[in-house]
Each structure stands twice: as structure tokens, then as C-alpha cells.
Design a protein around this ligand. Structure first.
Ligand code: SF4
Length: 620
């Protein structure tokens, strides 16, 4: 294999540091001496990929093994793509500039459905056949993994393997089995895949047949070989404290989205928001020990030179000893001028007081996501935030001098009425009133920004069966909301519903959508999550060209007895529980967090042999 020379190109593209490599802490090994090599391909630009914690963890874990090697590769921005194509240069890795097609595995992070056309574009640029069926023994094995892998069906035709769940252990199992089998005389690609399919959590789409009825609904999803499991159970780490954590993070030469040390303090969230896929598929909650976190934080700071640590997780404020942890980290780093931050704030006073303590937010702005305006609607989604929580939070913030508040909501949630929509405006007005109450009855200087986006039903959640509202109906509700705001201090923004509609189709889609995604890519679609690149017309054209009606996916209420496209993928949370949760939602009944209360019976601990792990301090 020949490394690719890119010096000349780098002077002609925007942000050349995206492609230059050579950052602090990168790992360079000799391919010739490796047993197994991975190209960790991220289907978005460098700044996004380098901010994704799971990606950094895999890079570290694979490279910690002497005989395995992982390099990074990112979607080239359109200017770089044009340069590569015009020079017939293949897409290559960051570290050694090795073409992706020369690796054993090319693994894609599936973090968002609207990045799938980038996967096709990267395969094309890499000279790797796009469809799994067209690849030979000379081609790498193409893997998908990450949050969206819980329904990989819309891109099943392009992937050789999918890792379901947490990848740390699975990726090493993959490399070990591959090392054993690949060198054997006469072994075929199919035999390699058969061996890899025996690893728990590994899904090989081509070993399953999907059949459809006349009504277009799925009639069966079955393995088409002996020895292939009916269901693929997700991988989950039982002991997060024992898991390796990257200590020598690669430090980029340009600003990335999250340009700081990311310290994962816990995994999973059992608050039980009924629309939230991450909250369902990454159960149960497992906290890292505080003492362990202090040690990791010290090493990370020493090895990277960063001056900020973000306490990362799905809900960092819920970490049992969050106050003590913050206090100890502030003490530990008081001489180093290291700041500590929380990635998001819950809408309550406790969170605002914590943020104040950290002095992490400029006095100008705070962001909250109440998700719904009325208490009824928040109970339906089990958000667990009372109106008074939010008012106490903003009052506390306004007293400390904050003047800007951003509020995020979803429109089109199941059972939403016009009163719920107006409730968003009412809540925003109450925030204005709270400001006036602490500022002599005046709203001078205050700015409340309300943003809404269209609810997207996600697989493995209690709302997985529910259809989205149509664009016309969404438009009607948006106008109601727009006309309901009373204060001039409120600004209203909304997210492009066309993107959410297409995301909804793919989220709950089946294998037949592979054709659409391929056609959309042929029509020029890529970087679909970037406003300036999104091509709605070309996407809709693609559906027409292949004869698939996107509305039959997006707006349809899937039946409880229906075989769902992801029926053979198990997150450990039972379908019975999801249905029960959906029924509770319709009744507006809330449930408590099993981390601080009783087990609510989702089934994950029993089916996967895991436990909620919480540290209260007595273990120290
Ligand atoms: S099985 Fe029970 S304890 Fe475990 S995550 Fe589910 S609800 Fe929580």
C-alpha cells in the first residue's frame, strides 16, 4: 500500500487542519506489523467526529493493543471531495494517509440518520463497493455502530456487520476472531462473516431474510443460515469503572464542537422520557466511582494541556455525588486554572445553582429543554419537570444577573392539542414575568428565545409506533404558537420540518429504504444535516424514482402486533414494557426513575444480567 500525498491539495481547501493529521497524541504504527487494522470512519466533518466520545474511546481501546491499529477518517467537505475526485485520489486515513480500502475493517459511526448519504459518499471516494453483496475478499469489512445502529435496516444493504450496543468489548472480540480466521487457507468472505456473526452483539444483515405482505408490512425477519441467532442482544458493559478510558486524547489543531476534556461520569439514563432513544437503549445507569474520575481527570489534563473538563453523560446533574465530585475537581485543579463544565442543564434550581458554582456560563445566557409547554403534555412524555421547577430555575438565574434564556420544545408530540401548543407561549410568558419580578417590573434587556422542532418517533422507545403529524398540520400548530406569544422579549425559531420528516422516515424504516438512500446520494445529497447542503427536492425525487411513498413510513401508526423493522434487534428493554409505557403516556401517568426509586420493570437488568450502579460515597 502507498501512502497518499496531499500537500498540494491542502493549500487549496478550507480548514486544511481537518485533513493534515499529525495532531498531539495521535498514534502511528506500521501497518505491515499489524494483525488487524481499523479505519474509524466518521460520516461528518472532522470538527463533529472529533467531538464524539464513543469515537475517541474506540480509537484508544484498539490502539492499546500492540497488534491492532485504528486510524481516523472523516467525511471530506465538498471542496476537499472535489479535489480528491479531480485527481483520482482515494479517501485515506488521517494518521498514515493509507487508503481506506487497504484496512481490514472500515467502521462507520451511526450517530444520526441524516448522515447516511455521507457513508455512501465516503465508500465511493474510498473505492470500496457500496453494496455489501458486491464486495470480495480483497475489500475491507464495512461495520456500522453507534446509537442509530439500533435500527440499521435502512442501510443494511451497505454494511457487512453491525455492532449493537456498547462497542468497547465487541470491537476487540471482532479483531480477535478475525485474526484467527482471516489467514486460514481458502477461507471465504462468507466464512469470515459466519465466524464474526457468532460474537454476541454482532449482526450480519445478509444472514437475515425479510419478507413483506401485500399490504407492504413485514411478515417475517428470519436468519437464512444455521447457527445465526434469531435476535441480536445489545452489548453492555457491566462494570464501567473497570473499562478502559482514553487518557491521551488527540488534541486538534482547529476548534472542534466540543474542544475540551470529556470526562464520562456515568452511562445510561433512566429518567424515562418516552421520546428519548438514548434513555431507553443505553440502560441501565452505571456511575463511575468519584475517586476513579479524579484520577482520570488528572491524567487527561496532564496529557492534553486542555484547560476545561466537561462532565459528560446523558444527564450529568443526576450523578449521585455531583456536588462532591465538582468540589473535589475544583480543589484538585485550583492551581491549574482548569474550569469544570456541565454539558446541559436540567430545568431546576439545583442545576442553575450548580452552574453558578462552576461559573461556566456567561451571565448572558442559559439553555433549558422543557420539551413541552403544558404540564399535561410533560406528563405524557414523562419529562418530570414541573412548571415551578423552571420558574425557580430562571428566577434564580435572573437574580444572579442572567438576561438571556433559550427554551427548546417539541411540536407534534403524541396527543398534543392546541392548548398544549399555546402552553409553550404561556410558559415563555411566565419566564418573562419571572424576570420582571426581580427587575422592578420591567423586561428591559431580557431575551427569551423559544425554539421548536418536529417530534421524530424513534425505535425502541414507547413512542416507536406513533406517526408524525403532517407538514400542513405542523404548519397550523406553528402559526397558533407564533400568534400566542405576548411579550416582545420573546423570539421564536423553528427547525426545518423537512429534515425532521426525512429523519422520521429513515428512523422507522426498513431495508427497502436502502434504494432510496442510494438514489438520494446519486441525486447529489450529502451532508444532509447541514442547512446549506440539504437538498429536500432531490430527496423527494429519490423516493419517487424508486417508487416508495415516504408518508407511509412517517405518518403511519404502526400496529402493536406488527413486526417492526428492528424486531430482531434487542436493547434489553422489553416490547411489553414499551407498550405499557405508551399506554401510560395516553393516560398522562408518569413513572419514577429506577435509579432513585424501585425498578419499573423495563427488563434490561434481568435479560442482560446487569445492574444499576450507583456510588453514594460509603465505598470510599
Ligand atoms: S430493569 Fe428495572 S432497574 Fe433495570 S434499568 Fe430497567 S427499570 Fe431500571
Amino acid at each position: 500500500m502507498e501512502p497518499i500525498c496531499q500537500h498540494e491539495i491542502l493549500t487549496q481547501v478550507e480548514k486544511p487542519a481537518r485533513y493534515a493529521g499529525n495532531e498531539w497524541n495521535i498514534i502511528v504504527k506500521d501497518h505491515e506489523k499489524m494483525d488487524v487494522t481499523f479505519a474509524l470512519a466518521f460520516p461528518d466533518v472532522y470538527e463533529v467526529g472529533m467531538s464524539f466520545l464513543g469515537y475517541k474511546i474506540l480509537y484508544h481501546i484498539i490502539n492499546a493493543r500492540e497488534n491492532f491499529y485504528a486510524e481516523r477518517a472523516f467525511a471530506p467537505w465538498v471542496d476537499m471531495e472535489q479535489k480528491l475526485r479531480s485527481r483520482d485520489q482515494l479517501l485515506h486515513s488521517s494518521e498514515t494517509k493509507t487508503p481506506l480500502k487497504d484496512f481490514d475493517f472500515v467502521s462507520f459511526t451511526l450517530q444520526y440518520e441524516m448522515s447516511y448519504t455521507n457513508i455512501l459518499n465516503m465508500l465511493d471516494l474510498a473505492g470500496i463497493p457500496m453494496y455489501s453483496k458486491d464486495r470480495t475478499k480483497e475489500d475491507p469489512l464495512v461495520i456500522g455502530g453507534g446509537p442509530s445502529a439500533f435500527n440499521p435496516e435502512p442501510i443494511a444493504d451497505f454494511l457487512d456487520l453491525v455492532v449493537i450496543g456498547e462497542g468497547e468489548e465487541a470491537v476487540i472480540d471482532l479483531a480477535n476472531v478475525y485474526k484467527e480466521i482471516q489467514g486460514k487457507e481458502g477461507v471465504t468472505r462468507e466464512e469470515v462473516l459466519m465466524h464474526l456473526a457468532q460474537i454476541p452483539g454482532i449482526y450480519v444483515p445478509q444472514f437475515y431474510d425479510v419478507t413483506y405482505g401485500e399490504d407492504s408490512k413485514i411478515t417475517s425477519i428470519r436468519p437464512n443460515r444455521d447457527g445465526i441467532p434469531e435476535k441480536i442482544e445489545k452489548r453492555v458493559l457491566k462494570d464501567l469503572d473497570a473499562a478502559e478510558y482514553p487518557e491521551d486524547l488527540v488534541v486538534p489543531f482547529l476548534n472542534i464542537v466540543h474542544d475540551r476534556v470529556m470526562l464520562e461520569i456515568q452511562r445510561g439514563c433512566t429518567r424515562g422520557c418516552r421520546f428519548c432513544q438514548a434513555g431507553m437503549v443505553y440502560r441501565p445507569v452505571r456511575e463511575r466511582k468519584k475517586e476513579n474520575l479524579r484520577k482520570i481527570a488528572r491524567t487527561l489534563i496532564d496529557k492534553t494541556g486542555y484547560d476545561e473538563i466537561s462532565l459528560t453523560s446523558l444527564a450529568s446533574n443526576d450523578y449521585t455525588q455531583i456536588q462532591e465530585l465538582i468540589h473535589e475537581l475544583l480543589e484538585e485543579f485550583k492551581d491549574n486554572r482548569i474550569s469544570i463544565s456541565l454539558p446541559s442543564l436540567r430545568a431546576d434550581k439545583f442545576s442553575v445553582d450548580l452552574a453558578e458554582k462552576l461559573q461556566q456560563v456567561r451571565k448572558s445566557g442559559l439553555t433549558f429543554a422543557p420539551e413541552a409547554g403544558s404540564q399535561r403534555m410533560r406528563d405524557v412524555i414523562n419529562k418530570g419537570v414541573e412548571e415551578q421547577d423552571l420558574i425557580d430555575a430562571v428566577t434564580s438565574a435572573f437574580r444572579s444577573g442572567y438576561k438571556q434564556v433559550k427554551l427548546y420544545f417539541l411540536l407534534g408530540l403524541p396527543t398534543e392539542t392546541d392548548e398544549d401548543v399555546v402552553g409553550i407561549a404561556d410558559l415563555a410568558d411566565k419566564v418573562v414575568d419571572a424576570y420582571k419580578a426581580v427587575n422592578g417590573g420591567k423586561a428591559k434587556g431580557l431575551r427569551v428565545t423559544v425554539s421548536t422542532s418536529l417530534f421524530v418517533p424513534k425505535p425502541h422507545t414507547p413512542f416507536q409506533w406513533v406517526g408524525q403529524v403532517t407538514k400542513d398540520e405542523l404548519h397550523r400548530r406553528r402559526l397558533i404558537l407564533q400568534n400566542s406569544f405576548r411579550s416582545k422579549a420573546i423570539t421564536y425559531n423553528w427547525h426545518d420540518p423537512n429534515v425532521s420528516f426525512l429523519e422520521g422516515v429513515i428512523s422507522r424504516g426498513d431495508r427497502r429504504l436502502s434504494k432510496v438512500i442510494y438514489q438520494a446520494w446519486k441525486n447529489g445529497c450529502k451532508f444532509d444535516s447541514w442547512t446549506e447542503q440539504f437538498r429536500n427536492r432531490e430527496w423527494l425525487q429519490a423516493y419517487q424514482q424508486v417508487g416508495i411513498d415516504p408518508e407511509s413510513y412517517a405518518f403511519r401508526q404502526y400496529g402493536f402486533d406488527e413486526i417492526l423493522p428492528w424486531e430482531h434487534i434487542s436493547s434489553g428493554v422489553s416490547k411489553k414494557y414499551l407498550k405499557l409505557e405508551y399506554e401510560r403516556a395516553l393516560l398522562g401517568k408518569t413513572i419514577e426513575d429506577c435509579k432513585t426509586n424501585n425498578c419499573t420493570g423495563c427488563g434490561v437488568c434481568q435479560s442482560l444480567g446487569v445492574d444499576v450502579v450507583v456510588w453514594k460515597g460509603e465505598e470510599a
